[in-house]
Ligand binder design. Sequence first.
Ligand SMILES: O=P(O)(O)OC[C@H]1O[C@](O)(CO)[C@@H](O)[C@@H]1O
Length: 453
Amino acid sequence: MMAADQTVHGVPPSLSAKVVGSFAYLTVRDRLPTILTKVIDTIHRNKNKFFEEYGEEGIQAEKQTIGLLSKMRNELQTDKPVIPLTDSLQDAECWNQYLQKHQKLHGDQESVSWFKSPWLYVECYMYRRIHEALWLNPPISDYDVFNEGKTQSFFESQQAVMTICTHLEGINSNIENLSKNQLFEHFDKLLQVSLWGNKCDLSISAGQDNSQKTSPIDSLVSLQPLILVNDSNTVWSTLISAQTHARSEKTTVRVDIVLDNAGFELVTDLVLADFLVSSGLAHEVHFHGKSIPWFVSDVTAHDFQWTIQQTMAANHKCMSKIGYQWKSHLKDGVWSYHDHPFWTQPHEFCDMAADAPDLYANLQGADLVLFKGDLNYRKLVGDRDWDHTVGFGTALQGFGPAPLCSLRTLKANVQVGLQPGQAEKLTSHEPDWMTCSKYAVIQFYSSKAEQKD
Ligand SMILES: O=P(O)(O)OC[C@H]1O[C@](O)(CO)[C@@H](O)[C@@H]1O
């Protein structure tokens, strides 16, 4: 078991960063080593490719990288101390300062080990150490060890991708004639398609195929009861009031999407973003991805561009037409892609204003920020052991650059904003309801609106 963190941000120890609990322990004991082993196997499997591309240097790099990753796997499996990063990357210092803070809190270096640190920290740290291992070994420094899994997930979800592209084309071809209610119906559906797209993540599956096999539209009705908190009406009214304000002030409506997984989930986010623009609900969409390969299937700049290229190149008329539309949104600046290093650091989002003031200020320019996925949710609420009925606004601990909404399937044991008795009822018939990725939330908060907390 991992020792609870000390009081952080004035939160009492009982609500300190989530470190205990069997799921966190099993993740660090079992799932992280499995992921690491898959990474080592992937690098070894590409040895010949490195030789063809880089000659003997490529072979040396492969060997050294595997050595570093095997060393980390041993540290992890034998609960060794967490050690500082040694690469010269821009954020190494911030990671090492974060480690020093934990060492001070715990009294000495030895006590900050893989099993005696906040789960959120060690899981993020592992992915940053994987990046370090590659970075220290040119010429394979920018090799994405997760690329194969992400592209496979896209191709294995092709049927579902075609279904949602055809659905979007049907909406867009008649969008001028839709009533406000019809627009809301479509918005509500596409928001839920994006929500459930979050089930397709390769971290929870430790790299096993997790592509979308069923129709993402037909399954919405049956999935509805599994949404534990549904603030889609409030999200809609936030967009409508932003649109009204923009019209009167002759400004624009900007929606930011903090992305999560590549593959099918990214397509669902692009489809939602396309609808926001084609319906006039938004004039700009800013996408936020990861600056390094992260949590196996998170979106990088390469994944973002590749996915749009693949959609354009599809021999499916609808997909291809939509892909070209997405390309022109990027070209015209209606869409933009950003990857601030903060998203691949261990910080809880309540630290953003202090640790990444430029990013916080940027997000303040949005009329709505959509946070996709479980890891973002854990960082939104500091991965603390909150009581399930604590309000989302309380758990955000002051984070609120703009009206925000989490679209999350539950994959970790933290959830706030539930009704009294709701968690107990779930636990009685499904003890692993927080980690089985069967349930989800559409959870909104705005410090501006009169918010029941
Ligand atoms: O891709 P998502 O939705 O952020 O899921 C990642 C989640 O999967 C896990 O790795 C497994 O629970 C969590 O630690 C992490 O928050």
